[in-house]
Design a protein around this ligand. Structure first.
Ligand code: PSU
Ligand code: MN
Length: 312
């Protein structure tokens, strides 16, 4: 592990490869580790995390999976780290609000989209990839359950490549929230705002761009306008790996009702709903989940490469 000069007193530990890439201005894509510990069961989670890293490399960029360990933010995880996070039960989900406490305590922590963005911004990594961002939950009018991911987009200067937000959420309200906060959204080679492993959420995206170089210019223009916030690029999954929204609608509604009945609240809601939908679709949604993680990582690798070229 390498230390690079950091503007923050919080220690950032980089793998050699990530430190070298950042020093040389080569493209780097940050990735979250919560999807390893909480997104998929073992051993699919370890296999998928490795494939996701390979997909980032396939696009020409260096992957930097983020986690918390020994009171430091780790920027880049070794293969052994990934295996340990994938196979150790009980590693906590660490969102932005949890970071200081887990850092002070010295234990392990798996970073969500929100906390990974905090880390990427501190580390000077311009790109982040995740399959599905958090969003405004259905019924948020009463529960006030809005993912901290959305708030962090308004604070972290990072380009985020994702396949939209998960179908379990209220995607219309999620788009409203992002519009209110001036977070740009561009659909990559598509007209629609996707819904994770579904090709469309039924909502059109505010913008469509097809050209990697134009996307790179748009990201720099956003930051050039003085915004210290994220720029969202949605890349839909491959049609042959997509799930028809109708196929999961009933499963989602039943999962939400069950979560209410079982009194599931707060941090636990997202994982509970995802697992219930996987169970109801006999694992088909888990397979589609893996596919969309990989397609987002590929797109992020390519776009980060175009962006690094534009900046050079
Ligand atoms: N995608 C998945 N499963 C997940 C997540 C994403 O398929 O568990 C995680 C991500 O880490 C995301 C988090 O940042 O869920 C959002 O959680 P919440 O809704 O509690 O903010
Ligand atoms: Mn929540």
């Amino acid at each position: 592990m390498t230390r690079r000069p950091s503007p923050s007193p919080v220690p950032l530990h980089f793998t050699e490869e990530v430190a070298e890439a950042l020093d040389a201005g080569r493209p780097v894509v940050a990735l979250e580790s919560n999807v390893i510990t909480h997104g998929l069961p073992y051993p699919d989670n370890a296999a998928t995390a490795r494939k996701v890293e390979q997909s980032v490399r396939g696009g020409g960029a260096v992957p930097a999976t983020i986690c918390i360990e020994n009171g430091a933010i780790q920027v880049g995880m070794s293969d052994e780290d990934i295996e340990r996070f994938a196979s150790t039960p009980g590693i906590p989900k660490v969102s932005n609000r949890d970071m200081p406490v887990v850092l002070a305590g010295g234990g392990l922590g798996a970073t969500t989209v929100a906390s990974s963005l905090v880390a990427a911004d501190l580390a000077g990594i311009a790109f982040f990839a995740s399959a599905g961002i958090g969003g405004v939950h259905r019924g948020a009018q009463a529960s006030m359950d809005i993912s901290a991911d959305l708030i962090q987009f308004t604070r972290s200067k990072v380009a985020v490549v994702c396949a939209g937000a998960k179908m379990i959420l209220d995607l219309g309200l999620t788009l409203e929230y992002l519009e209110t906060h001036g977070v740009p959204i561009v659909s990559y080679r598509s007209d629609d705002f996707p819904a994770f492993y579904c090709l469309t959420s039924g909502h059109r995206s505010p913008h469509r761009l097809d050209d990697d170089a134009v996307i790179a210019r748009a990201i720099e223009a956003h930051w050039g306008l003085g915004n210290h916030s994220s720029f969202l690029i949605t890349a839909p999954t491959r049609p042959e790996e997509a799930i028809d929204a109708g196929e999961v609608t009933t499963a989602i509604e039943q999962a939400i009702a069950a979560a209410e009945r079982d009194g599931v609240t707060g941090q636990a809601v997202t994982k509970y709903l995802m697992r219930a939908v996987d169970a109801a679709t006999s694992g088909r949604s888990a397979a589609a989940n893996m596919a969309v993680l990989i397609s987002c990582a590929e797109a992020a690798g390519r776009l980060a490469t175009a962006h690094a070229r534009y900046r050079a």
